[in-house]
Design a protein around this ligand. Sequence first.
Ligand code: BES
Ligand code: ZN
Ligand code: ZN
Length: 487
Amino acid sequence: MKITNSDRAPFTISADAHAVLVHDEHELTRSGDKANSLLKGNLKNELKNTKFQIRKRNSFLFYTGLDSPSRIICIAIKKEDPYSVALREAAFTAVRTACSHGLTTLVLAFDSVKESETQAVAEGAWLASYQYLRYKTSKERNSGLTAVTIVTRKLQPDALRIADVNYRAVSLVKDLVNEPPDSLTPSTFAKEAEKIAQKNNLKSKTFLPNELEKMGAFAFLSVGKGSKEQGCMVHLTYEPKKKSKSHIVLVGKGITFDSGGLSLKPEKAMEHMKYDMTGAATALACVRAVAELQLPIKVTALLMATENMPGGGANRPGDVVRSMNGKTIEITNTDAEGRLALADGLTYAQTLKPDYIIDIATLTGAQVVGLGRLIGGVMGNDEGFVQEVANAGKDSGETLWPLPLFEPYREMIKSDIADIRNASGIPEAGTIQAGLFLSEFVEHPRWVHLDIAGPAWQERDSGVYGKAASGFGVRCLLKLITSKAQK
Ligand code: BES
Ligand code: ZN
Ligand code: ZN
């Protein structure tokens, strides 16, 4: 599918359908009004007849009887703040509607004004076209839509360029996460990352187990002991040609499959655990996007790639491991492996002396229960920075909700035998317990932890996220990084 931008009058562009917006059941934007007058008021009549309901966010297709526009797709949209979020969803709906009617060309006449709005329209259109077909023997796409034209008063090439980079970043995460776990293992994941690094002139190094041992990353290494494949840490850096404003390190949880280890997960809970590497895929996609955009900011991604399996060498409940920062951890539950991997990732991140550290992980089942599949959890040790990340989420339409790193709960992760334990066995505030565990490994003053266990995976086709891997987190992190690059 090709997306282009045009500054022509929308109805002079020939297409199978033209999409316009409807506010509050009947109010049209400029292009909609134009269509209505071309149709001698029939568009508004039709809206009344069909009782177009804004609340249900519906869309409908109207046959005009004219040559152009021959079909009008009306998309209900709320005047929310930020409007770009609503526009992204509207573009997504319009493209899906056009696809379901078997159309090949579509004009989006949404009258977006700001660059960020046009960018959102393009992103929504692209996101609607995503499909994972690698393992389908008939590669037929379920749509023949080939060309989408976004109409704006003035051409906005930057908006489309950024949308393209953003979409491909989301799409990279989706592809990596959707890839079956027998194919995407720690080593193939690392190879894929190295390939991307080479193509984009990123500095890269994959730390293999012997090197990680020398570094003392025994918390991380312990996770892979029950798997045929040992874990590795991929270190990728983008450095701008000009002096960078600041340095951000992204640490991603990269469990290519989380069986739970000896604390084995039950069948249903294990089913989609290939998505436990979403955090690492997100870090990788972000650093690639920043390189493609050539932003004036240094970004490092640390992919903590390993597999949590119950083989003979696996962690046992009761084992004690020493982490890279010297603290000892009692492993009370081998299924709380993400925090073991991230502990060493965070310790290593701090040796790079960055300005900001963000870890991103599908860390707790409690996050899914507490916030569901459309909200991520955000925690950290600097309130201002947590808020900045949450705001980037709001602007990009990826909702993040702050949770407190509540000190009195730290008691729960104390161990009788070691410095701390990886699981308390207390089924309360699990997401915060995990955040507090990670905080044990952070001295850096500006650290944020994102728990995206829920939103990283969609059980149903769900707005711009689609079904299965969602790519949640990419757009919000890119928004944050972009704003840091401008400061
Ligand atoms: N990868 C899981 C968390 C998860 C659960 C992600 C559901 C996505 C959906 C993590 O490694 C895990 O198993 N955490 C345990 C920790 C517990 C044993 C303290 C959990 O949340 O149940
Ligand atoms: Zn687990
Ligand atoms: Zn996990």
